[in-house]
Ligand binder design. Structure first.
Ligand SMILES: NC(=O)c1ccc[n+]([C@@H]2O[C@H](COP(=O)([O-])OP(=O)(O)OC[C@H]3O[C@@H](n4cnc5c(N)ncnc54)[C@H](OP(=O)(O)O)[C@@H]3O)[C@@H](O)[C@H]2O)c1
Length: 291
């Protein structure tokens, strides 16, 4: 298949490039070549390259900055996906759009997960923009696959796992205070890229949840990382209420991969297994890079 990946320099996009490039022909314009906000650039790229699938991994992803960057967030997270969806309809090619657990309010009692047909109620500007991005995609193309995910980690880009390693790696014992009342499923971008590949190759259609199996608090995840890598840090729990961040985050970020399972397509693994594999592969590299 010929696949256009947008946002291929980002954390998930770079992994999609690696994984899908093994079996498919890829087109991976950078932001200068194809800004999704520019209708002219989007349509020109589509005309020139005729992809069968577009994967949209582009986005304004700084959750706190979204609170004060209203104009930019709307452009990149809503108008961009709308442009892609209109082109997907016009050129009859499928569009895979990535959305987020932050479209939900996280008020469900733990450990009840969110399902694909639950009603969104975002708490933050980022969450609201992702909810609206989904609407823009659904309303403008019949050929969409929306993949909602959360708590991504990978070797490229900044993320929670790398940040914990960087803070904990010192020779002296560091104290890390990490929230123990926000829950989710740390999801490896590599696994998610494989899941996206599986969806594309099996004619997936509609809205899917795709996160790792099982769940933990941020605190449990940090403890797991420190133990696995034998780092000296001491991890202590604190409440999400103590964190002074501009954006409000949902407490319960659990997504059930119900549709993937129903269609026999779920290849997501237990978060601990994937995190262990990731740490074995990249732990030393991340420590060295942050020295
Ligand atoms: N990270 C998470 O935990 C998480 C959780 C749930 C959902 N998601 C969603 O997953 C997707 C990928 O997230 P990520 O963390 O991999 O993102 P990321 O690392 O921040 O990468 C974003 C990518 O988007 C590109 N981009 C930004 N604005 C663009 C524009 N106007 N036109 C074209 N490209 C543009 C960036 O290019 P430049 O580098 O050139 O700016 C970069 O390649 C996003 O839709 C995000 O909302 C992420």
């Amino acid at each position: 298949m010929r696949i256009l990946i947008v946002g291929s320099s980002g954390m998930l996009g770079s992994e999609c490039k690696e994984v899908l490039g093994r079996d498919h022909e890829l087109i991976t314009p950078d932001r200068k070549e194809m800004d999704i906000v520019s209708w002219d650039q989007v349509i020109e790229t589509l005309q020139d390259t005729s992809p069968q699938v577009i994967i949209n991994c582009a986005g304004f992803t700084d959750v706190d900055a979204c609170e004060t960057e209203d104009f930019k967030v709307r452009k990149i997270n809503v108008e961009g996906p709308r442009n892609l969806a209109q082109c997907s309809a016009r050129f009859e090619c499928r569009l895979v759009h990535i959305s987020s657990d932050y479209i939900f309010d996280g008020q469900k009692t733990m450990p009840q997960p969110y399902f694909e047909d639950d009603t969104p109620n975002p708490l933050s500007a980022y969450g609201k923009s992702k909810m609206e991005s989904e609407k823009a995609v659904r309303e403008n193309s019949p050929y969409y696959i929306i993949v909602r995910t959360g708590w991504l980690f990978g070797i490229n880009g900044d993320n929670f796992v790398k940040s914990i390693i960087r803070q904990a790696k010192g020779r002296k014992k560091t104290l890390l205070k990490v929230v123990n009342d926000q829950f989710g499923s740390p999801t490896w971008t590599y696994r998610l890229a494989l899941q996206i590949k599986k969806l594309i190759e099996n004619e997936g259609r509609g809205t899917y949840h795709a996160t790792a199996e099982g769940y933990c608090s941020r605190f449990e995840c940090a403890e797991h990382i420190v133990k696995k890598l034998g780092l000296k840090a001491s991890v202590q729990p604190r409440s999400i209420k103590e964190v002074k961040a501009p954006a409000v985050r949902p407490k319960n970020c659990l997504l059930e991969n119900r549709l993937l399972k129903k269609q026999g397509l779920n290849i997501m693994r237990d978060w601990k297994k994937d995190l262990d594999t990731f740490l074995e592969k990249f732990g030393d590299q991340i420590i060295k890079e942050s020295n």
